[in-house]
Structures are given as C-alpha cells and as structure tokens.
Design a protein around this ligand. Structure first.
Ligand code: PRX
Length: 644
C-alpha cells in the first residue's frame, strides 16, 4: 500500500492551506476569466490589460492569447520593481565549480549590469524581435544576458553548453540569430568545455551570425576574429547603465527554447511575455511557498526550461535570492550539494531524480555529515521519481521535516502544472499529486475517449493556461499538428499517466518516441538520423531502456552497409560519432549491430518489439507473424547486448 505523508502546517502560517487550494482550484475552473483577471495582477503592467483569456484548441478558431492588450517588460518585473524595497538584497548567489568560489550580486548591481548589457546589444544593432543565441556556462552574466534581451525586446534562444557545434549551428540557422553570446570556456567537474571553440566551428555552418560576444570565465586564451568577436568586459566598459525598458505587448515573443519531439529536428518552442511571466511568477511563489529573504537553489542549467523558469524568471520576479550553480553534484565529491546547502544557507532545494539516485548510491554518510538545517522544502523535476529515491530524499536529505514537491511539467508548459503545494497537499511518494489552479488534466484512451475516476491512459490538458507555449518558431502548423490533432480539441502532453482513487496523478513516462535520459529529452528520430549520417550505417532504430541512474538509457540497433564488418571498434566509433553530432547526452548506452530490423510487410519498423528486447523482456514479444521476416527477431534476441 502506498504511504501517505500528511501535509503538516509550517510554524509560520501556511500561505496556501488545503481549504485555500480547494477554493482556488474550484474558482479557476469555474471561471478562468475572472480567476486570471485577478491572477495576472501579480506582475506589474505598464499598460494594464482589459482582455484576459482568448483561447481555443479547436482547429476552426485555434488561438492562444492571454492578457493580449496589456503591456509589460520582464526585466522591469525582475529588477526595477525591487530596487526600492530590496535593492541591496542578493539577487544571485553564484557558486562556481570549486566549492566556495562564490560571488553575490545584489538587485541593484544586477539592474545596472543588465542595463549596460542591453546597451551593448543595442550598440551591436540588436532590435526588438531580433533573435540572440546564448551558449553559456552558469554564470551571473548569463542571467544578465537573458534579462538584457528582455529589456530591449530581443528574443533569446539558449542552447545548452553540452550541445555540439552542429546542434548549435542548426539552432542558430533555424531561428536566424545574428548574434551569439558565449564564454571562453566552461568549467564543470574540474574539466573545461571549449565553448568559444565550439561557436567558431558552428559559425562555419551559420553564416547569418555576424557578432559574437565572449564572457571571460576560465581565462583561457581563445582566438578572437577581428570585427566579429568582442570581449564583454571591453564592451561594458563603454556602456551606459541607463537603458529604458521597451514596453512589450503581452503576446510579444520572449524566448525560444529548442526541444526534441518524436519526429524530425528539434522544435523551437516559443513563449511570449505576459502569460509566461505570470505563470513563472505564481508557480514559483506557490509551489515553493517562497518567503522573503529565503535562499532558493534550483540545480538546473539555464539551457533547459527549468533553468529559465526557476533559476531566473520565477525567483527574480518574486524578489528572491536564487543560486546559480556552475558545477556538478559529484565534484569534488559526493557531498557537494549538501556542503553547499549548509555554506549558502539554502532553504529550498530543487533538483532532478537522476541526481538523487546517483547520490543515494554513494551512501548516507555524504549527506549526514552536513547539517542541512536551513532546508525547508525539497523539489523534484524532469522525470518520474521512483518511491525509493523519494523516500531517501525525504528521510535522509530532508530529515523527514521537509515536504517534497514532485513537479510535473514540460518545456511547452512554461512552468509547473501538476504538483503538491507544501503544507496544503498530502504527499504520496512517486506522485506529482494534483493539478495547480488553472490546470485541467484529462485522461483519455487511445481513441481519445475520456476515462473517469481511478484509471490509466494518456495525459491531455483540456483548456489553456497562461504559461502555455504559443507556437513552434517558424512553423505554426507543426505546433497545431504536434499537440492538438492526436486528440482534437485537447493539448496532448505525450505522457502516460495513472489517476488513483484520491484523484492523485502518477506520471508513467512518455508514450511517444521521446526518451527521457537523466531528465533530458531526446527524440529517438534525432539519434537515428545522427547514426545514419555515418558512412557505414545503412539503417538505425533507437529505443529507450530502463537505466538505474538515468531513468532511461538509449539503446540503438544499427544495420551496416553491405561489406562493412560489425566490430567493437566500430561500435565505439559510432557511440563517439553520436556524441560528436549531437552532444554527450545523446550517446547510446547500448549499441547492437542488427543484420535486419523487424518490419511489417509495409516496411514500418516495429518499435514495440525493439523496446521489449532492449528491456530484456523477451518472454512476451507479442504477435510477430505480421512481420515481413519474423526470423530477424530471433537473431536480435540472441545477440542482445548487455549495456555497460
Ligand atoms: O515526460 C515528462 C517528464 O519530462 C517531460 C518534459 O521534458 P522537458 O520538456 O525537457 O522538461 C523537463 C522539465 C520540466 C515530460 O513530458 N517529466 C517532467 N517532470 C516530471 C516528468 N515526469 C514525471 N514526473 C515529473 N515530475
């Protein structure tokens, strides 16, 4: 039986208790318009909105617009509005790769840096609506760069520093960026990441970029191209700290963030200004029960959506102190998180199950030698958290004192949609619990029929919420096709879910061809196209497999061209190839040479069978009689490889 951990009130009065949650949820569903007319006022608007919700998921009048006649500016909400009340409060605590390599930036200092940075961008010709790509380590200048874009209405596109030059080039070209902001090198886990050198390689395939701004991080001597590359510190030296904020319409684009889907190349998910900020602001405030003066640490990189919403925009718009961590959980040792929590006095800590599982394996003593007495709330994000890891996080890390918020959401949703509220929601280990106010989940079967009560099926959201993505950059039709046609009239999340008798949601994982590796989304199609780009590969099929630490690992089946021999060296070469083509996160954990792939007579690869083989669940492969050549399955089973 599942254990339930009852919500206990905090010694300070809970900001949202059970009754308040129920009342808010009911109000938000009964009359979203009134609920958000009030709810949207949590941010400052230079021109108040009169329109609130203008949305439809139906093909005939498909539209998603929130607060559309209002005007606001994200940097003003994250900076200017705090200057009077908390100008000297720390906005960002930077914790570098080496423990104690720390820097604090106040709201006043950050405001001045952002204004200078915005003027630098303007001096390089960046205008409202232009795309600026960021390829950066986790340094305060990265947050300043994001906010500088928002100040002048430029659209930022952040590419995770672990992506390859090719991946960076594709993203630069797709959104037609003219300017890139990078650093000399990243420093992670004692290693160096050649960010500037990667940009140089990427620009060979992205001719539209004419300016590169380089932040000094490691101090490495990197080649600079005359007239194209500039050091940020040189440019800032001449920049004025006076930069009026551009008034932005609520529906003006704020940022693009590329994410993998089940087909084709990564999609540029577009979020707009007003609705996104309202969502990041309210979810941060309520899910983390943030209280003035507390230190919040989300360990995500700004290259992922979690970093956008819960390292930068959510915390800063609430006037919080946010930690930016430029390191990894196991450097210099497995106690890094807990030692840092004590040293920085972290109150709220938000990380991913993969990190929890990896640290759990190293034993409790790494944790128990720290006090962690500052901790009040723990959070989890990115993938389902297994009950064992949940229990360890709660018992060992949180000393059973700290509620865990298991937050379910996606790049597309802008912020958290399903999560407990601390002190208001009884917790069940492994369940993301209940939808936040304004979120209307529905579980459907394969045909789209609504399933009621305790059930299991596919997770849809039936009505819009302010933080929802608005389009796929440059391809509005793909946006509609991807999310609104599987179950017409509903947003389909791509996730499977179970609902128990108490109405609690348990996310079971992706039901499409997306795999979740250490909380990072990877489209199987993307890894397949990287593999077939190798001259010796004729065909490839990629599926997920269970992995103790990563949640899911990548299992690749590869058919070689006639005449090419399957060898261990070639296997290593192909894994390395994918790493180089996409980035380390995409490296296959297992790669099996397959003389043939199981296909139907019409040529469709039967992934169901490949998944079962990868999972080593070969006793029940289902009906293979419809295959063009059923014997290939026996060969694949016999030659299944044990992942490293
Ligand atoms: O499958 C779900 C999983 O991560 C996917 C979204 O990935 P991404 O857009 O990269 O955003 C990750 C950070 C929000 C979802 O479709 N996922 C995310 N959070 C959870 C989760 N699965 C289970 N429980 C979660 N808390």
């Amino acid at each position: 039986m599942t254990q339930t951990i009852h919500a206990a009130p905090h010694d300070a009065v809970a900001q949202v208790d059970k009754a308040e949650y129920d009342a808010r949820y009911a109000a938000s569903v009964a009359d979203p318009e009134s609920y958000w007319r009030e709810g949207g006022r949590c941010i400052d608007w230079s021109r108040p909105y009169t329109e609130v919700k203008d949305t439809s998921f139906d093909e005939a009048d498909f539209r998603i617009r929130w607060f559309a006649d209002g005007q606001t500016n994200v940097s003003v909400n994250c900076l200017d509005r705090h200057l009077e009340t908390r100008g000297d409060q720390t906005a960002i605590i930077w914790e570098g790769d080496e423990p104690g390599e720390t820097r604090k930036v106040t709201y006043r200092e950050l405001h001045s840096q952002v204004c200078c940075f915005a003027n630098v961008l303007k001096s390089k010709g960046v205008k409202k609506g232009d795309r600026v790509t960021l390829y950066l380590p986790m340094v305060p200048e990265a947050a300043a760069a994001m906010l500088a874009c928002t100040r002048i209405g430029a659209i930022h596109s952040i590419v995770f520093g672990g992506f390859s030059p090719d991946s960076l080039a594709n993203r630069l070209v797709d959104c037609d960026s003219r300017l890139v902001i990078t650093a000399d090198e990243g420093c992670r886990g004692g290693k160096r990441i050649p960010l500037k050198a990667n940009v140089d390689k990427a620009l060979d395939h992205a001719p539209g970029v004419d300016t590169v701004i380089v932040i000094r991080r490691s101090g490495a001597d990197v080649p600079m191209v005359e007239g194209r590359d500039f050091w940020l510190h040189d440019l800032l030296a001449d920049a004025s700290p006076d930069c009026p904020a551009e008034p932005m319409d609520a529906e003006d684009p704020l940022f693009i963030l590329y994410t993998s889907g089940s087909t084709g190349k990564p999609k540029g998910v577009l979020h707009t200004t007003g609705g996104y900020l309202v969502w990041a602001h309210t979810t941060f405030r309520d899910v983390f029960d943030y209280r003035d003066g507390e230190v919040f640490w989300c360990t995500a990189d700004i290259g992922w959506v979690t970093g956008h919403s819960y390292v930068v925009y959510g915390p800063l718009s609430n006037g919080a102190t946010t930690v930016m961590f430029d390191g990894v959980p196991n450097y210099p040792d497995h106690g890094r998180f807990w030692e840092t929590i004590d040293r920085l006095g972290v109150n709220i800590f938000y990380t991913a199950p993969t990190a929890i599982r990896a640290l759990m394996r190293e034993g409790d003593s790494w944790v128990t030698k720290s006090s962690r007495k500052s901790l009040r709330i723990l959070g989890s994000v990115g993938e389902p958290i297994n009950p064992e890891a949940w229990d360890w996080y709660h018992r060992v890390v949180g000393d059973r004192r700290c509620p865990i918020v298991d937050t379910w959401w996606q790049t597309e949703t802008g912020g958290i949609l399903i999560s407990p509220l601390p002190y208001a929601t009884d917790l069940k280990p492994g369940s993301a619990t209940k939808p936040l106010p304004g979120v209307q989940p529905m579980i459907v079967d394969a045909e789209g029929k609504e399933l009621e009560g305790a059930t299991e099926g596919n997770l849809c959201i039936t009505d819009s919420w302010p933080g929802q993505m608005r389009t796929v950059w440059g391809d509005h039709d793909r946006f509609f096709q991807t999310y609104f046609t599987t179950y017409p009239g509903k947003y389909f999340t791509g996730d499977g879910v179970r609902r128990d008798a108490d109405g609690y949601y348990w996310i079971t994982g992706r039901v499409d061809d997306v795999i979740n590796v250490s909380g990072h989304r990877m489209g199987t199609a993307e890894v397949e196209s990287a593999l077939v780009a190798h001259p010796k590969v004729a065909e490839a099929a990629v599926v997920g497999m269970p992995h103790d630490i990563k949640g899911q690992g990548i299992y690749a089946y590869v058919t070689l061209n006639a005449g090419d021999e399957p060898t261990d060296d070639l296997r290593a070469e192909l894994r390395q190839w994918v790493r180089k083509e996409i980035g380390p996160v995409a490296t296959p954990d297992a790669l099996q040479f397959a003389p043939g792939l199981p296909k139907t007579r019409s040529g469709k690869i039967m992934r169901r069978i490949l998944r079962k083989i990868a999972e080593n669940d070969t006793s029940n492969l289902g009906d293979t009689s419809t295959l063009a050549d059923p014997s290939v399955v026996d060969t694949l089973v016999a030659e299944r490889i044990r992942p490293a």
